[in-house]
Design a protein around this ligand. Structure first.
Ligand code: 13P
Ligand code: 13P
Ligand code: MG
Ligand code: MG
Ligand code: MG
Ligand code: MG
Length: 360
């Protein structure tokens, strides 16, 4: 029968500030999944920056109430501990008081896929902090549509026909399927606008799921702007899909993403090991971790902490140079995000104060 891989994540309080998760919270999450997660085949709990990541496998399919409730309750227990320890922003991503059927819309981020496990099933869980779901657009494009990144698109007969991209409009709340390579110029018009259009899923031309991202956009939830949702992404690899190294390759260039301090700045995405995923400088810079697993009848064999590799040292060094450079711009765009994308804004307040001082 089919296996479902579900990743659910939330920030339920930072230790200290927005930099990290307190280890006691991770223990609570593990204990909860171990004791209450009878329906799971396996799980792995980790964190990147101030976000708790629950990686789970089961046979219940996507959007399963039992699995979502298990994750919600685990995160809720972590939130209670966060309040007790007075961690920063305790309960931040738990927007509702009670669970109602599906965790989507309640605050946590969700990425899940139901798959027929192949003879060998390598998967990568990418997890980022201090950025937003659109941050996956550029690497997903490179992995699945750019032959200068993924040579398999040229030389592997199982990849040569290309892929399908499901792109979601987070403001218009609608989706479109682009076929690559045929539609790449059309698709790039949209996915280059990372604050609005988000690659939610990638499929093979035979409609096999290849990648899925968390797309809930926190900043428009509950009718107000409450912050960017630090995103996760699941990518299946090999055998007609990008090789593990092709899926990791886009992160060798530290591209710019929105997020960082107060969710209101552009900065370089730094690929790091879990050990280096405590975000301090100007609450960042934005960070991405990649954990590899081999699935074996749903068991999570791993993880392999990919960005530990020295092969990403140059990317890190370059990212730090970019960070030095762009930080010098202080509150000026394009380091600071344009007004409509700021997580915080004093504009109405300042504008009101200055009323009467503006002249024609
Ligand atoms: P190996 O020869 O190490 O199995 O590698 C094959 C491959 O396809 C690497 O991308
Ligand atoms: P998080 O979204 O990771 O909580 O960060 C928010 C923030 O304001 C950082 O400065
Ligand atoms: Mg936080
Ligand atoms: Mg965070
Ligand atoms: Mg954030
Ligand atoms: Mg957050």
């Amino acid at each position: 029968s089919k296996i479902t891989l579900t990743v659910i994540k939330a920030d339920v309080g930072g230790f200290v500030g927005h930099t990290d998760v307190h280890p006691e919270l991770l223990e609570i999450a593990k204990k909860h999944l171990k004791e209450k997660g009878k329906m799971l085949i396996d799980f792995h709990v980790t964190r990147v920056g101030d976000d708790i990541e629950l990686i789970m496998t089961h046979r219940k399919g996507i959007d399963n109430e039992e699995v979502h409730k298990l994750a919600w309750d685990a995160l809720w227990s972590c939130g209670e501990k966060a309040k007790e320890l007075k961690l920063y922003g305790a309960g931040q991503d738990l927007l509702k008081d009670s669970f109602s059927g599906n965790i989507k819309g309640l605050g946590p981020g969700v990425a899940e896929m139901e798959i027929e496990e192949r003879k060998s099933e390598p998967v990568i869980i990418f997890m980022a902090d201090k950025t937003e779901p659109g941050a996956w657009n550029l690497p997903l494009y490179k992995m699945f549509a750019d032959p200068f990144n993924t040579v398999g698109l040229v030389i592997d007969p199982n990849m040569h026909q290309g892929f399908k991209f499901e792109v979601y409009d987070m403001i218009g709340h609608k989706k479109i399927i682009f076929e690559t390579p045929e539609d790449i110029y059309d698709m790039l018009v949209f996915i280059g606008a990372t604050g609005r259009y988000c690659i939610r899923r990638v499929y093979t031309k035979n409609n096999e799921i290849a990648a899925v991202s968390s797309t809930q956009r926190m900043n428009f939830m509950a009718g107000k702007y409450i912050g960017k949702d630090d995103p996760v992404l699941i990518v299946r690899c090999q055998n007609g899909l990008p090789a593990v190294g092709e899926a990791l390759e886009p992160f060798a260039n530290p591209y710019l993403v929105a997020g960082w301090m107060r969710g209101s700045h552009n900065g370089p995405m730094i690929p790091v090991s879990l050990e280096d995923a405590v975000l301090t400088r100007f609450d960042g810079p934005p960070r991405v971790c990649a954990l590899g697993f081999q699935l074996a009848e749903g068991k999570l064999i791993g993880p392999q902490d990919f960005f530990k590799d020295v092969a990403f040292d140059n990317a890190r060094e370059k990212a730090l140079e970019i960070a030095d450079y762009i930080r010098k711009m202080g509150p000026f765009e394009p380091h600071r995000l344009p007004l409509e994308e700021l997580e915080y804004t004093t504009l109405p307040h300042v504008a009101e104060k200055l009323q009467g001082r503006w002249e024609e």
